[in-house]
Design a protein around this ligand. Structure first.
Ligand code: TYD
Length: 432
C-alpha cells in the first residue's frame, strides 16, 4: 500500500452536512436579522471554520460574531448535527481500510464535540483511531495544527483527503499528499489552484490512490472448457494472498446485462447475427460501466468469464460477421478497456465433444453445430497469435488441478513482473 494512514476532513469529505449547517445558519440569520455581505455565502460557508466565516460573510464585529456563533451552535446541537449522511462509498472504504490495519483519523475545523456527534450518528465513529477538531472555545483554528495532531506519534506516509483548499494547504505544511474530493463543497478550479496532488470524483477513487489501480483478467474458450471452475480457483488463490477480487461474467454481470443474457441464450429465439453481435456489445457496454470500471477504480482484481474476444470468436468467426465489423460494434462499448491478461482455455475437439455430450439443457449458442464450433476455436487461435503478450493459451484437456497449475504459474510470473503485491504498488490498468 502506498500510504500507512489516511487523514480525512469531515464536512464535504466524509459527510454531507450541508442540510444541517445551512439550515441552522438560515435560522440564525432570521433570529438575529443578519444581512449577508457575501452573496455567495451558501457555497463559501462550508469549509472554513464557521467562527471566522460567520463574521466575514455577515459583516459582524467580534461581539456580533460571538452571538451569531452561539445562536448557530444552539440550533446545531439541537437538530443540525444529526442532519448528515456519509457520501456514497465512504462506509465501505473505511471498513476495508480499517480491516487492513490502516491508521485512520479525522482533522476537521468543526468543533470537536460536534464532529464526534456527527460521526457517531452516521455510524462512522468506530472506524477512526483519532478525531481532531478545535475545542468549543477556540476560534479559527488552522488546519495544519489539526492535521499535525491527527498524525502525531504515528508512522506515515499519510494521505490527506479533503474538499477545500484549507485541507490541501494544511497537508502541504505537514509534508503530506492531498486528494481533493470533487464531490464535496469545493471545485476543480480550487483543487488545481491550491496544488492538490490528486483529484477524486467519488470516494471509490480513493481506493486506487492507496492501493494502486485494479487489474483486469479475462477467461476465454469454447463451451465446456471449464472456465467457471478455474475462475473460482484463481479467485480463491488471489484472495488468500490478500487481494480484493471481483468475479463476473459476460454476457451479464449486472441486472441489465443479465436480462440481455436471457434474451441471447433463449433456445426458442431466432436472431440475426448482427442483432446478436449488438446485443452482446450492449450487455458489455453496461458491464464495463456498471461493474468493470468501478471495480478497477476501487483497485480490485477483476476476473471476467469472457469478454470482447468471445464476440470476435463467436460472432466474428462463428457467425461469419468478420473480426473488423465485430470490433467496430464493440469499440464504443469497451471504450478502450482491455484485459491485461486473457487466458484461453483450449480443448481438443474430441474432449470438447465428450464434455458437450454430458451437458443437458443447451443454450441457443451451444446448440450450434460442429462447423460453428470449429470456426469459433479458429477465431480464438487467431486472436492469440496476434496478441501473444496479452493472451495465454492454456491446455484445458487434463484434470482441474493440472489446468489450474498452468494458470497459476503464469499468474505468479505476472504478479512478480507487474510489481503487484498485497502491500505493493501497481502499474496502471489498461485503458483505465
Ligand atoms: P457462457 O455463460 O460463458 O457459457 P459457457 O459457460 O457455456 O461457456 O457464455 C454464454 C454463451 O455466449 C457462450 O456460448 C458463448 C456466447 N458468447 C458469444 O457468442 N459472444 C460473446 O461476446 C460472449 C461474451 C459470449
Amino acid at each position: 500500500m502506498r500510504y500507512a494512514g489516511l487523514i480525512f476532513d469531515l464536512d464535504g469529505t466524509l459527510l454531507d452536512t450541508s442540510e444541517g449547517v445551512l439550515g441552522c445558519v438560515e435560522e440564525t440569520i432570521d433570529a438575529l436579522k443578519l444581512r449577508a455581505v457575501e452573496p455567495n455565502w451558501r457555497k463559501e460557508i462550508l469549509g472554513p471554520p464557521l467562527s471566522v466565516a460567520l463574521s466575514k460573510f455577515f459583516g459582524l464585529d467580534e461581539a456580533g460574531g460571538e452571538r451569531a456563533l452561539a445562536e448557530f451552535r444552539r440550533r446545531y446541537a439541537e437538530w443540525g448535527v444529526q442532519k448528515c449522511r456519509p457520501y456514497d462509498g465512504i462506509i465501505e472504504l473505511l471498513r476495508d481500510f480499517k480491516r487492513r490495519g490502516l491508521y485512520l483519523a479525522v482533522a476537521t475545523s468543526k468543533a470537536e464535540p460536534f464532529a464526534q456527534r456527527a460521526l457517531e450518528s452516521s455510524g462512522l465513529l468506530p472506524f477512526f483511531d483519532r478525531v481532531c477538531g478545535p475545542g468549543l472555545q477556540v476560534r479559527g483554528h488552522g488546519k495544519r495544527d489539526l492535521i499535525r495532531r491527527a498524525i502525531e506519534g504515528e508512522d506515515g506516509p499519510f494521505l490527506m483527503v479533503g474538499d477545500r483548499r484549507f485541507d490541501v494547504e494544511g497537508a502541504k505544511a505537514c509534508g503530506m499528499d492531498c486528494a481533493y474530493a470533487l464531490y464535496g463543497f469545493g471545485s476543480a478550479k480550487e483543487a488545481i489552484e491550491s496544488g492538490a496532488e490528486f483529484m477524486v470524483e467519488t470516494a471509490d477513487a480513493i481506493w486506487a490512490l492507496v492501493e494502486g489501480p485494479g487489474h483486469f483478467f479475462s477467461f476465454e474458450g469454447g463451451d465446456g472448457a471449464g472456465k467457471t471452475t478455474q475462475i473460482a480457483l484463481v479467485k480463491a488463490y488471489l484472495e488468500e494472498r490478500g487481494y480484493r477480487v471481483r468475479q463476473t461474467r459476460e454476457p451479464g454481470g449486472d441486472a441489465v446485462a443479465e436480462r440481455i443474457r436471457e434474451l441471447l441464450l433463449e433456445p426458442s429465439l431466432k436472431m440475426d447475427a448482427l442483432t446478436e453481435a449488438y446485443l452482446y456489445a450492449a450487455a458489455r457496454a453496461e458491464h464495463v460501466r456498471a461493474v468493470l470500471r468501478p471495480a478497477l477504480l476501487r483497485g480490485e482484481i477483476v476476473l471476467s468469464d469472457r469478454y470482447v474476444d468471445s464476440s470476435i470468436a463467436y460472432q466474428g468467426y462463428g457467425r461469419g460477421l468478420g473480426e473488423k465489423l465485430v470490433r467496430a460494434v464493440n469499440e464504443a462499448a469497451i471504450g478502450g478497456l482491455m484485459p491485461e491478461r486473457s487466458y484461453f482455455l483450449e480443448l481438443n475437439a474430441v474432449e470438447a465433444e465428450r464434455r458437450a455430450k454430458s451437458r443437458t439443457g443447451k443454450d441457443r449458442i451451444e446448440m450450434e453445430g460442429e462447423a460453428f464450433k470449429v470456426r469459433v476455436e479458429q477465431g480464438f487461435l487467431e486472436i492469440a497469435a496476434k496478441e501473444p503478450e496479452r493472451v495465454r493459451r492454456i491446455d484445458a484437456g487434463s484434470g482441474v488441478d493440472e489446468v489450474f497449475a498452468r494458470i497459476r504459474a503464469d499468474l505468479e510470473g505476472w504478479l512478480d513482473s507487474s510489481g503487484t503485491s498485497r502491500a505493493g504498488t501497481a502499474g496502471p490498468a489498461t485503458g483505465l
